[in-house]
Design a protein around this ligand. Structure first.
Ligand SMILES: Nc1nc2c(c(=O)[nH]1)N[C@H]1C(S)=C(S)[C@@H](COP(=O)(O)O)O[C@H]1N2
Ligand SMILES: [Mo]
Length: 313
């Protein structure tokens, strides 16, 4: 197992300013030429067939090297290169996802079965709450296709998600420093979960997901901040009440349950008006404006009719 180096930040402080500032510096460096220092992923990537999906973008893809070496996955450490460097011992197979709770037909899906779902390639923007973004060609299937199979009951109003807990394979879960309580948990309202843009991704760039990107299966909700995209999912539960979510539990003032990408509502410690597209520009890359709902307002704004868009939910 890789040796986990505790980062030099206070355990209770989430995204401390020092880290944020060094991230900014790092982003600059990354944009200048991907001096990312990450070891190559040791997991074997397998080619994955997928139909071209309905969602394409007229924007340059973020290079695969950047997508797979500049990551947030605190189970493997809090540094951007930690997930690629520290996830070599993680075993994404065999795998199963339990879908349970307020459903008529609870079921545990083996990975083989999930890979037989109608896979599509979908290129989405991804906007991290920290102020950087990527354009990623995912392979996946609508979450709705899975939920339909278990038949949610009328009382189900939310969907909760849980990441695997495996300290022996995830150095961030076993070190002296524990950046978050485990398991990492996330949630969506049922209508958000059933939205056609919401997918479970099993691959990117034509191959199975690298460990650092959430192998073997992770959530992608392109109009929300990246932390909603929970990785390495083992449990999906239909529930009546708004579920607990990791970042809201850690700091509710800074990270809400909804966390829709919104340039009009600043993070308490930084502006959300602009973002740095990873891999773009030269030494002093220009930040680009962040779009409401990350550019997906036409598709999703109606889900939030009646909600005050000047508030961070
Ligand atoms: N289990 C788990 N899922 C997670 C995270 C994490 O630390 N643990 N980080 C989130 C954050 S903050 C972001 S921005 C995205 C990053 O996804 P990527 O590394 O594939 O780009 O994953 C999200 N999913
Ligand atoms: Mo993030």
């Amino acid at each position: 197992m890789s040796v986990y180096q505790p980062p030099k930040i206070p355990a209770r402080e989430i995204t401390p300013k020092g880290i944020y500032l060094s991230r900014r510096t790092f982003i600059g460096g990354a944009a200048a030429g991907f001096a990312l220092g990450g070891a190559a992923a040791t997991a074997v990537a397998a080619p994955l067939q997928a139909m071209p999906g309905p969602y394409k973008l007229d924007e340059k893809l973020t290079p695969k090297d950047a997508v797979t070496s500049y990551n947030n996955f605190y189970e493997f450490g809090v540094g951007k290169s930690d997930p690629a460097q520290n996830s070599g011992d993680f075993k994404p197979t065999p795998w199963a996802v339990s879908v349970e709770g307020l459903v008529n037909k609870p079921k545990t899906f083996g990975l083989e079965e999930l890979l037989k779902m109608p896979l599509e390639e979908r290129t989405y923007r991804m906007r991290c709450v920290e102020g950087w973004s990527m354009v990623i060609p995912w392979i996946g299937f609508p979450l709705k296709a899975l939920l339909d199979q278990v038949e949610p009951q009328g009382s189900a109003k939310y969907v909760s998600f849980e990441t695997v807990v495996r300290p022996s394979e995830m150095p961030g879960q076993s070190g002296f420093f524990q950046p978050l309580p485990w398991p990492y948990v996330e949630g969506l309202r049922l209508d958000e979960a059933n939205h056609p843009l919401t997918i479970l991704a099993v691959g990117l760039y034509g191959e199975t997901l690298p460990n650092q990107n959430g192998a073997p299966i992770r959530l992608v909700v392109p109009w929300k901040y990246g932390f909603k995209g929970i990785k390495s999912i083992v449990k999906i539960k239909l529930v009546e009440k708004q579920p607990e979510t990791t970042w809201k539990n850690s700091n509710a003032r800074e990270y809400g349950f909804y966390s829709n990408v919104n340039p009009a509502v600043d993070h308490p410690r930084w502006s959300q008006a602009t973002e740095q597209r990873i891999g773009e520009g030269g030494l002093f890359p220009e930040r680009r404006p962040t779009l409401p709902f990350n550019g997906y307002a036409d598709e999703v704004a109606s889900l939030y009719a009646g909600m005050d868009l000047k508030v961070n939910y």
